[in-house]
Design a binder for this molecule. Sequence first.
Ligand code: TRP
Length: 330
Amino acid sequence: MHKKRFLTGDRPTGPLHLGHYFGSLQNRVNLQNEGCEGFVIIADYQVITDRLETESIEKNILELTRDYLSVGIDPAQSTIFVQSKIPQIPELTVLFSMLVTIPQLERNPTIKEEVKAMGLKDKMSLGMLSYPVSQAADILLFAPDFIPVGIDQAPHIELTREIASRFNRQFASVFKVPEIMLSPQSRLLGLDGFQKMSKSRGNAVFLSDAPDVIREKLKKATTDSEPEIYFDEEKRPVVSNLLTLFSLTSQRTVDDLVQEFRTVGFKTFKEALGESIIEFLQPIQARRHDLSDKAIKKVIIEGTEKARAEAELLMQKAREAMHMGYTGIF
Ligand code: TRP
């Protein structure tokens, strides 16, 4: 039977944290363990859509791959590859850019959010406006069955589907129209308790944080002024978030945790949570420790080569469908 294929990816902007783990990485590993074939794109071109600091991209590509492998993404089942090293992606992006209108791109709510967040308003680059078109090429060149992503990516996947259908109707049926697979809305906030866990907000626990770093972070984690510890997302979002984090890392139910910790006070509770996180990350960090730079580079090189060969197959079909292979000349 044909193995189902998924494709997803990340921007190489820094180390991954627990929010990434419970929001998407865990799901990828599960899919892989259920026998799906994975394609994981490291979207380096997307990094420069909203910033032009490029010095650390290469290092981040290596570290992102290290994070992937340490959480259990297995290169024998999932192809990890670098976007900018697949020349078929920009080639197909050019062709796809004829199939979308500028107003269609300007309506994209995720782009609007990003522009707002970065204060870009009148300074939005063409690359920023059009990266969802390039993302369609990232996806469609590999004919995946589904795309596991968070809700923020939904407009991009919808555009991808529209582009695929439009191409298929206009020229020939070349592209598989993929389904979105929404990750369960991750409710994980950062240790400040107010915002999503994120590197830029300084409220994250990274997968690579050493035990002492984690202990320090937990000491400083925000709590609230009510002494008892119990779960109430509405009234006590900060404490409820810590309980969620505890539950996720210990595989114990929130009820069970509340039973044990209701009256112990925040200091003891946060110490226990810290130990739970440390223990949870232990096997991940052990694997990380065993990964040499050489091994990581090998995974990236081989994955990228495999992805390139795969992409060329569909690219050829796309050129042919558009009568732009020019095999009569070249
Ligand atoms: N836009 C995604 C993000 O910011 C990254 C990405 C690039 C992606 N290409 C993709 C995700 C293809 C899924 C499929 O996280």
